[in-house]
Design a protein around this ligand. Structure first.
Ligand SMILES: [Zn+2]
Length: 254
């Protein structure tokens, strides 16, 4: 199994020990660590993920891959894309994220666009956050922004729209993009994910827990896999959403 979206730097060592028992690997993403939102803070955040987190996880036997990017809740006042570009070339970095929109301000949209173009340029997947509030409207705006950039089809196939719900899946299903299903206390229940996969199949869906400092369940993916088995979802489909799709999209060496 793969948990395709966590924020490992917010979790204790003991969580890694538990995850190592059932996961082939997990992907940890940059987020909004602390204020003031400056490039110095962002660099310290990136360094911590690349150097400390991978090592901390490895000690428990949990393999960790990394996505780096500027989260819409943490746009530095001195934003510098060249610094981000250099970090994206580091070892174990497999994608750009977490990027996306929170309040749809002009500044957020500009930073989002720049990073989507950078993901295309570096041929990396992009992990796109959708917010809790105004999810449907913001997801629509996100799709419009992506459409307006005229990205290559291959680059669009490399995009994962995160934290999808029954309401937003139909919009994204009509594109070539992928859909992240986040199972945690304030997002989807395992049964919500079962129902979505029953209706749409497993292609282009990825399970994750988005474990962070907010209420989370690091066992969100295994619990969902179990519920899928109990609800007679095809083994091939379960493997796709809990392992294969993430492995292929991020090109994981596992
Ligand atoms: Zn997240």
């Amino acid at each position: 199994m793969i948990d395709s979206h966590i924020h490992s730097d917010t979790r204790p060592y003991e969580d890694f020990e538990k995850m190592a028992l059932c996961f082939d690997c997990a992907i940890t993403l940059a987020h909004d660590p602390l204020e003031p939102y400056s490039m110095d803070i962002l660099r310290a955040h990136f360094d911590k993920i690349i150097y400390n987190e991978i090592e901390r996880a490895n000690k428990t036997g949990l393999k960790l891959f990394v996505c780096l990017g500027i989260h819409p809740r943490m746009i530095p006042s001195d934003v510098n894309y060249n610094i981000l570009r250099e970090y994206l070339k580091a070892k174990n970095v497999v994608g750009v994220g977490e990027i996306g929109l929170e309040k749809c301000t002009k500044e957020e949209i500009e930073v989002f666009e720049e990073q989507l173009l950078m993901a295309q340029e570096l041929n990396l997947p992009a992990v796109v956050h959708t917010p809790r509030r105004n999810k449907k409207e913001t997801t629509k705006t996100i799709l419009e922004v992506i459409d307006s950039l005229g990205l290559y089809k291959d680059a669009e196939k490399n995009i994962i729209i995160e934290h999808c719900t029954k309401e937003t899946v139909p919009m994204i299903y009509d594109t070539v993009m992928n859909m992240g299903l986040t199972v945690q206390p304030s997002k989807l229940t395992p049964m919500d994910a079962v129902e979505i996969v029953k209706e749409y199949g497993g292609e282009r869906f990825l399970l994750n827990s988005d474990s962070s400092s907010a209420p989370s369940d690091i066992m969100g993916v295994p619990k969902t896999v179990l519920k899928m088995k109990m609800n007679n979802i095809d083994n091939e489909i379960i493997k796709m959403v809990s392992h294969d799709n993430a492995k292929n999209i991020f090109g994981l060496d596992i």
